[in-house]
Write a protein that binds this ligand. Sequence first.
Ligand SMILES: [Mg+2]
Ligand SMILES: [Zn+2]
Length: 192
Amino acid sequence: MGIDACSRVTRAVFLDRDGVLNRNVWNPATRAYESPLTPDQFALLPNVIPALQLLRDHGYLLFLISNQPNHAKGKASMQTLDAIHGRLVALLAAGDVSFAAYYYCFHHPAFTGECVCRKPSPYFIFKARDAFGLDLEHCWMVGDRETDIACGRAAGTRTVRIGEMPASGLDVGIVASDLWSATQLITRSLRR
Ligand SMILES: [Mg+2]
Ligand SMILES: [Zn+2]
């Protein structure tokens, strides 16, 4: 009695990268918004740093879980992907934010065959749980694609999808317009 059980929970937020932390970039060749292909193209979305600071201040560990198949597809070198990652880490450090771990899947089934780690696989969430002793029912997965939501659900976390409310019939659960809005939902749920 008298022990605050909540303070003993190890909770985390798992974050997708492209479209959640940073802008996707218009590619005229494919006529689609895609992952940045150079460090110069990598720019954080508005209010991402304050959102991450708020999660940190509420005791959430932060993890990146990102599918980055552009090397597997022959569209970028591993050195370039590494430089883009370095740019992310530098921008986070400038905002006094650090992630507990960064998990990237560099595979793509059409080019490198099946792998265990590509979202919607919950592989990296379970890896983080085992390494950090996380209570997944107190964790959240935040992403802008159905595969992100499926990944979180498969691992037993709560989920927030970033973006427009999808067409009816598609059950993606909680939707928020951006990471800042998602963070308000997550931190408010803690107070209940
Ligand atoms: Mg994304
Ligand atoms: Zn993989």
